[in-house]
Design a protein around this ligand. Structure first.
Ligand code: PEP
Ligand code: MN
Length: 336
């Protein structure tokens, strides 16, 4: 059960609601987010919710039968938007397109990528500076100095920075330079990191785990939300299966499922889902038709010499073609 509290509720009133819930053996936790305060109550007994509804300080009550609560659409039917300021949003009215290299490599690379994005009116640039690599000997990222350069060029161009945070101790130093913190697949169930991101007031791009179920993804989102941060986008990025022909398997089912179960926006990453450049574009379009609110894909001026994931990165021309097709497909979806 989710009990939305009035903004001016007194602590004695919260205590009174909790003690009423105790009578029914419901455990309850207060959740304070950027937007509201709630009591999330978990229990099995049948309660006539009017008994709670009449208590002072209660604004609204919803029964939520899903195990995840705050991210469920059983509580909040209308979809959530994420507002980044400067007229940049993740919302139902415009497809969010995020493109950029797997790794930030050099100042020149940043400049050229930003220029390309600006020309094509793309408002988000992705790029890792702290890279989770399977081998410890592979390039592990340009670090905080790389992030500062990345942020400088993006700020000047009105482009939002999307980059991965690997551990909670990095949040503070990264914070001034990041518009959206990405939680990578390998950290999708790092609950300490998720708790810490719950205390951050910037949006989170939460990726599905390498072998994570969609419900595990929703539980991970619940960690961030119940920690206080409502600005979350879910990201389908392919899962491990027995199939070896491509890097991962794009679980297209996840998109309508997540849109049905959760009010949070859903972003598709076709690059890591398939891992093969020539298939990325059509899979991205399939994701849009399936209901994605946005697409994040890897792009490099010269994918052949990229420090990481060049095999799945589009070049600038291929990307420009894809933006147009994505936008056309999104308009077409509105007619369906
Ligand atoms: C990435 O976005 O470059 C990345 C490492 O993604 P994932 O965590 O989905 O593997
Ligand atoms: Mn990558």
């Amino acid at each position: 059960m989710i009990i939305q509290l009035k903004h001016n509720i007194l602590s004695e009133q919260i205590a009174a609601i909790k003690s009423e819930l105790d009578k029914y053996k419901y455990s309850s936790s207060v959740v304070n987010t950027q937007k509201n305060s709630y009591l999330v109550a978990i229990g099995k007994a049948e309660i006539d919710i009017r008994r709670i509804g009449i208590l002072p300080g209660v604004a609204d009550i919803h029964r939520v039968s899903d195990d995840f609560k705050m991210v469920s659409r059983k509580w909040k039917i209308e979809y959530s938007e994420i507002d980044f300021g400067d007229k940049v949003k993740i919302s139902a009215s415009e497809l969010a397109i995020m493109a950029g290299p797997c790794s930030i490599e050099s100042e020149e690379q940043i400049m050229k990528t930003v220029e390309h994005l600006k020309t094509n009116n793309i408002r988000f640039m992705r790029g890792g500076v702290f890279k989770p690599r399977s081998s410890p000997y592979a390039f592990r990222g340009a670090g905080i100095e790389g992030l500062k350069l990345f942020s400088n060029y993006c700020k000047a161009a009105g482009i939002k920075v999307v980059t991965e945070v690997m551990q909670s101790s990095q949040i503070e130093e990264m914070y001034p330079y990041v518009d959206m913190f990405q939680v990578g697949a390998r950290n999708s169930q790092n609950y300490n990191l998720l708790d810490a991101l719950g205390k951050v007031d910037k949006p989170i791009l939460l990726k599905r785990g390498l072998s994570g179920t969609v419900d595990e993804l929703l539980f991970s989102a619940e960690y961030i939300f119940s920690g206080g941060n409502e600005k979350i986008a879910l990201c389908e990025r392919g899962i491990r299966t027995y199939e070896k022909a491509y890097r991962n398997v794009l679980d297209i089912n996840a998109i309508p499922y997540l849109k049905d179960k959760s009010h949070l926006p859903v972003i598709l990453d076709p690059s890591h889902a398939v891992g093969i450049r020539k298939y990325v574009d059509n899979l991205a379009l399939a994701g849009v038709i399936a209901g994605a609110d946005g697409v994040i894909f890897e792009m490099h001026e010269q994918p052949e010499i990229a420090f990481s994931d060049g095999q799945q990165s589009l070049n600038f021309d291929e990307s420009a073609k894809l933006y147009k097709r994505l936008r056309d497909t999104f308009e077409f979806r509105k007619l369906l």
